[in-house]
Design a protein around this ligand. Sequence first.
Ligand code: ZN
Ligand code: ZN
Length: 178
Amino acid sequence: MHNSKLVYSDAFNLPSQEMHGYKIAFITDRPPTFTGLTGDRYTQDAAARCSLNTEHVPPVAGCECGFYAYNDIRRAHHELSINPGAFLIDVDLFGVGFTYTHGFKAESQLVNFLTLPKRCMRCKVLPAKKFVTTYKMNYVSFAYWQWELRCSLCSYSFKDQDSMSVLQMSQALNTPLR
Ligand SMILES: [Zn+2]
Ligand SMILES: [Zn+2]
């Protein structure tokens, strides 16, 4: 998505339609936080910041900054299928925004809801019941807590402090989970 071409790089060619879209996010950390594929963390209602240039008020054409979303849910579903452990979220983007070939990039973002997987994210067989967190080490060697929704069997050995009900997670993220 980040490499897709800007359809409108001119600030006067801003999208006139509402910027409603879909994207995928991980849930990491304690307390649980939305985390993008690139590692950027955000709350349910957030304004974008630029990590590359402090002079930028995102989004800036030609820079990575700003919140992205697909306008077609099928693209988000495809990304979800190749990123196990991630969740599908429905978002509205606000402020200054650009139209991309596959969606939008904008100044601020509101997460409307998160779609819960029906099946356990570990065994992929039994119905998903509760969130549990495990400590992950990634290839650039920083570690983080990652939350998954699992069935009763696959969450059985987790301690209370490493578990959350769907309701507790919804409150922690300040976001409806469906
Ligand atoms: Zn920037
Ligand atoms: Zn399971």
